[in-house]
Design a protein around this ligand. Structure first.
Ligand code: PLP
Length: 395
């Protein structure tokens, strides 16, 4: 019989020459389980998705409850579907008052696409500014904002009239002018290797956008839902963006994204022409039900409040000379090593020992650590012991 691994390589699209090939049969809490009974601690949360762990019982119950009522019934924006309406209301309740309307999507990239569109239509301007080393997704619009020329060039031509500035570089802010529809930035650059900007930079960016009538769009697709020690990372900077893009951790493990804006900004898609941004599956009722449960878990289990202490424990346990730097905020962390060979060897060794860590798209010299926020102190100590062992062995 042909194994699933062989069928994976033969019949499913391959995105690299070296997939990790870990076969998953089951997942629960912070663990994945393979067919041979091998368990893996998931220290990357399925890439910043499983903030409350895998298959949280509250999420499973909410999904089951919604399955018993209805699944897909119609395209987005026509019928009144309680899971969407309730989730939008609950999201707006935890966001600043300036946000007044939520558009649900299937994914992060789709939230980026919608945000770019409403920013251009609302301002009547065509120019967008993104940051070098940014990652916002793989669709053509989102790819146009990606801060790595090699990725853009490979799929050219992409969107015109996009300028790139250096992230966290005050001097570049004067490139934002009255022709700029929006500046799109990650609240913390993730794939660049977790680059945390200075608060003063984010405040100056907000000010420059205000001065020029430019919308400030924050990508919180990796940073959202408690990951950094606040429910949303913009709270660290004491500023409020005009458009907030969410995905990954929003759905409790189900596919969902959203962009959130002031009502008058969102309303541009209603007319001239009508139905300016539509989607069949965006805001799927089962995903929205899961997202409501996930948000409730984050709040009721006070997961955000525990992030700083857990992050401090990671930092204390990983205080070894071979790690050049630990960057990050809260449980969005990266361990800087010297080269990719070390990163590769360490992450492979960790996988053999039952620990999943990874690296970053635009920073292959650093290890990605982003565990479920539900990870316990004991589990942090166990994980760090394996990481230390691996680093001492290979670095
Ligand atoms: N923005 C950021 C910061 C991301 O990390 C990602 C995905 O990794 C995206 C956008 C795109 O999200 P999706 O993969 O759901 O399209």
């Amino acid at each position: 019989m042909i194994s699933n691994r062989e069928l994976f390589l033969k019949n499913t699209a391959q995105t690299s020459e070296s997939p990790r090939l870990i076969e998953v049969e089951r997942a629960e809490g912070i663990y994945l389980y393979g067919p041979n009974g091998k368990s893996y601690m998931d220290l990357v949360s399925g890439f910043n998705v499983s903030n409350i762990g895998h298959r949280h019982p509250r999420v499973l119950a909410a999904i089951q409850d919604q399955l018993d009522k209805f699944m897909h019934v119609t395209v987005y924006g026509e019928f009144v579907q309680a899971p969407q309406v309730q989730l939008a209301t609950e999201l707006l309740a935890v966001l600043p008052d300036s946000f007044g309307s939520v558009y649900f999507t299937n994914s992060g990239a789709e939230a980026v696409e919608g945000s770019m569109k409403i920013a251009k239509k609302f301002t009547g301007r065509r120019q967008l500014i993104a940051a070098k080393k940014a990652y916002h997704g793989s669709t053509q619009g989102a790819l146009s904002l990606i801060g790595d020329e090699a990725y853009r060039e490979a799929y050219a031509p992409l969107l015109p009239e996009i300028k790139f500035i250096d992230y966290n570089e005050m001097a570049d802010l004067n490139q934002i002018n009255t022709e700029t529809a929006a500046v799109i930035v990650e609240a913390i650059q993730g794939e660049a290797g977790v680059r945390v900007p200075e608060k003063a930079y984010m405040q100056a960016l907000r000010k420059r956008c205000d001065e020029t009538g430019t919308l400030l769009i924050f990508d919180e697709i990796q940073t959202g839902f408690g990951r950094t020690g606040k429910l949303f990372a913009f709270e660290h900077y004491d500023i409020v963006p005009d458009i907030l893009m969410l995905a990954k951790g929003i759905g409790g493990g189900m596919p969902l994204g959203a962009f959130v804006a002031r009502k008058e900004v969102m309303d541009v898609i209603k007319a001239n022409p009508m139905l300016g941004h539509i989607t069949t599956f965006g805001g799927h009722p089962v995903s929205c039900a899961a997202a409501r449960a996930s948000l409730a878990v984050i709040q009721e289990e006070q997961l955000v409040e525990q992030v700083a202490a857990k992050a401090a424990l990671f930092r204390a346990e990983l205080d070894i000379s071979q790690i050049q730097e630990i960057r990050g905020l809260g449980l969005m962390m990266c361990l800087q090593l010297e080269n990719f060979d070390q990163v590769y060897a360490v992450s492979n060794y960790c996988a053999e020992q039952g620990l999943i860590i990874d690296w970053y798209l635009h920073c292959e010299t650093a290890l990605r650590i982003a565990p479920p926020l539900t990870i316990s102190e004991e589990e942090i100590k166990t994980a760090c012991k394996i990481i230390r062992e691996a680093i001492v062995k290979f670095c």
